[in-house]
Design a protein around this ligand. Structure first.
Ligand SMILES: C[S@@+](CC[C@H](N)C(=O)[O-])C[C@H]1O[C@@H](n2cnc3c(N)ncnc32)[C@H](O)[C@@H]1O
Length: 180
């Protein structure tokens, strides 16, 4: 993960907050979203014990990301997408909506040169632990972000798929057909 070119780190799926704590040492502003209130409250204690200022949001990341996308419209962000069910105590149950596609749809709208990290490459295109992963691949993630046009570069290790995006065009409100 590259802390140099992004101003804010946003994590979906806090769980025990260990990645959040690491990110706090690298980014000046860190935001984390968790749907399990119990897990989020425990993570808040961890952050407070370490005197870390982390912005904690409780809820479904797929629902909460559009507001963050708008709030962070003027800064490049590192999005660390890791919200999903897995078989551990306290994790929200597998019946909840898999949020990755809603998250990517919100991020796709941004003109900023963001970095997007999707965790858990090991379970991409498998039905384990939940069948929603069958649809997840580097190609489907890239497509959900609007295709290849803005991909600066993409890389994969055994745990993460990372896309670095070029800045996109801002909408030109004053441009009419035929105008110079
Ligand atoms: C794999 S863990 C996250 C691990 C954490 N990011 C880390 O690096 O240590 C996934 C977490 O996502 C949470 N989660 C699942 N679906 C969610 C959703 N739609 N919105 C927010 N959190 C969600 C689960 O409760 C669980 O705590």
């Amino acid at each position: 993960m590259d802390a140099v070119e992004t101003a804010v780190f946003v994590e979906t799926g806090t769980y025990h907050g260990w990645t959040t704590v690491l990110a706090a040492g690298l980014w000046p502003r860190v935001i984390t979203i968790e749907q399990s209130e119990e897990l989020l409250n425990r993570a808040r204690v961890k952050f407070s014990d370490r005197h870390l200022t982390i912005e904690c949001h409780h809820g479904n990341s797929g629902d909460l990301l559009p507001a963050l996308v708008a709030e962070l419209a003027h800064v490049p962000v590192c999005w660390y997408l890791d919200a999903h069910w897995f078989d551990r105590p306290g994790v929200i149950d597998a019946g909840h909506r898999f949020p990755l596609w809603d998250e990517l749809a919100a991020i796709a709208q941004r003109p900023q040169p963001d970095t997007i990290v999707v965790d858990d490459v090991k379970v991409f295109q498998t039905a384990n632990p939940i069948p929603e992963w069958l649809e997840v691949s580097p190609a489907s993630i890239q497509a959900a972000l609007g295709g290849e046009e803005r991909v600066c570069w993409a890389e994969e290790d055994d745990d993460h798929f990372v896309i670095h995006r070029r800045a996109g065009r801002l909408i030109q409100l004053d441009t009419e057909p035929g105008s110079p």
